[in-house]
Design a protein around this ligand. Sequence first.
Ligand SMILES: Cc1cc2nc3c(=O)[nH]c(=O)nc-3n(C[C@H](O)[C@H](O)[C@H](O)COP(=O)(O)OP(=O)(O)OC[C@H]3O[C@@H](n4cnc5c(N)ncnc54)[C@H](O)[C@@H]3O)c2cc1C
Length: 599
Amino acid sequence: MEKLVVTTIVVGVIAYVYHQSALNTDRGNTGFPSKLKTSYDYIIVGAGSSGSVLASRLTEDPDNDVVLLEAGGSDETNPNIYKAGAAPMLLRSDEDWEYYTVPQKHACRAMKEQRSFWPRGRVLGGSSSLNWMVYIRGNRHDYDSWAEEGCDGWSYKDVLPYFMKSEDIQIDEFKISEYRGKDGPLPVTRPNVTPMQKLYIDAGKDLGFNVIDCNGEDQIGFCWMQSTIKQGERWSSYRSFIKPHLARPNLHVMPNTFTTKVIIKDKKAIGVECIRNGRKVRVFARKEVILSAGAVNSPQLLMLSGVGPKEHLKKLGIPVLADLPVGENLQDHFMIPLAFRINTTGPITGDKLTSMWTVKQYEYFRTGLWSATALEALAFVYRDLDKKKESGENSDIQVHTFSAHGLTPPMREFFPVNYMEEVKDKMFTETDDIETVSFYPVIIHPKSRGTIRLRSTDPFDYPDIDPHYLEDEDDVQLAIQSIRFVEKMVGTNTMKSIGMDVNNRFQTYEFCSEHEFRSDKFWECYVRHFTLTVYHPTSTCRMGGKDDPSAVVDPQLRVKGISGLRVVDASVMRNVPGGNTNAPSIMIGEKAADLIRKS
Ligand SMILES: Cc1cc2nc3c(=O)[nH]c(=O)nc-3n(C[C@H](O)[C@H](O)[C@H](O)COP(=O)(O)OP(=O)(O)OC[C@H]3O[C@@H](n4cnc5c(N)ncnc54)[C@H](O)[C@@H]3O)c2cc1C
């Protein structure tokens, strides 16, 4: 007996030491230069998904001298940034800009003042330090249509090498795929934390769909989740691309530096003004100023600097240097939450998350429920639900599956969605003995278009964000169709075997009880109440050809009419791609670095 105890302890210690050495304890040097120089070759504003990649790639060339200015602080202050399963706890943290849209006329009726809550990362890594780490590139047809609409050099064939360049694919079966990259700094893995994951995939098979790599040859079908998580930790763009290179003498990373304006002289960007340590400073660019401040702040900065729609700028008294449709064409994915009761104990619960075993499992081994989010599988389908696979067409609907029992009272404040208190009172009433999972169908090519507008000339004043959710009737019809697809999933033998039933009524359905349950009218009402952002705003500094009146930047990402100024982030996307937007933002950073180095 004594021998057994000793052996167990020895094995335990060896296992612990082995796992600790395998963990990513080296998170890089956090020493940043204390002083800004007067000038650099390139000034990049925003250390988010795109800006981090761009700064990293540009400084591979020792002749390029780059400063990366970031309004937010270190990504090491808040431990929830690295802890993959803690992603929801970052919303409304100090690292979140915490935006709200203006009241929505046609949507968000379950939300206070009909405003949608828009978190964005304000920290090194930007939104890639706050996001849910889903790695999806979008459909090949998205990029082909960008090229067809005048964005030369942005077809799928053109952008695929840049997706691959970033990637360090860690999923064995994809390592030989011609679509996946092996030598990049960004790890992509397949997380699996609950037994539910396999059931979603089985439901897809029941419906006759293929199980595929959603970042591979074809997107239509069901796939296991792919994430920028390694050994239970988040790999933001900053962590992957910048941290290993902080010692480069030609790279200055400047957190807590808030850019207020681009300095433009004789139609040429020559530098930026920013606030650092409470003081206003000016930094000059010998070659270019590059805005990577994201789809909300890049247009804001351009407009503050005199680049934007003439009438809007005039109204605010800002001298117009270039009359461009900055802040127009705002696109965002929206999704509909659909919860279902099940009769197994598979999903994540509050009790499981806080149990000593789960906590220690993560602490020692970076495994278990905290090692990933509850997003475990995805489906991409057509609006015509009977179509299984057809070449030459883009997907219409993406379904995220979420394996968490999220409707108990303790979860009430866990996902800040700006719901009205009376909505929360109805929602968070489930008891622990009833388990739930959720499906979130996403409309991935919405037709409604919104705007970002300045509220004032004060750079600290948040801009007005108006996504115009559900303004286009087709978005509503497609959302209803996406719910019909979820009903089909729920009706599969696999889902029925765990007790799912489309006819189960949730408390939130009472908000639309004037309509016949599950009728089109009922779902339309539900969609207009529970319109959730997927946090994917894009296209507010839209890319396009020379004569395209909707374009702010050309296909080299240069701001039209102003030299020495580019935009490199999600705001340049011609249209929002059919999938999550972090991987495409990283791809944009990769491609921009090549465009700049070759110019
Ligand atoms: C909560 C959440 C969950 C998400 N989940 C996913 C997901 O699972 N998968 C996925 O693919 N996508 C997801 N996304 C979306 C994805 O993360 C973004 O599309 C992507 O990060 C955008 O990259 P970006 O470079 O355009 O902007 P960002 O990454 O937001 O970077 C902009 C940077 O600029 C800085 N900045 C802004 N203004 C200034 C200024 N004036 N001065 C200095 N710095 C400034 C910001 O602080 C920020 O660091 C999510 C986003 C959020 C917010």
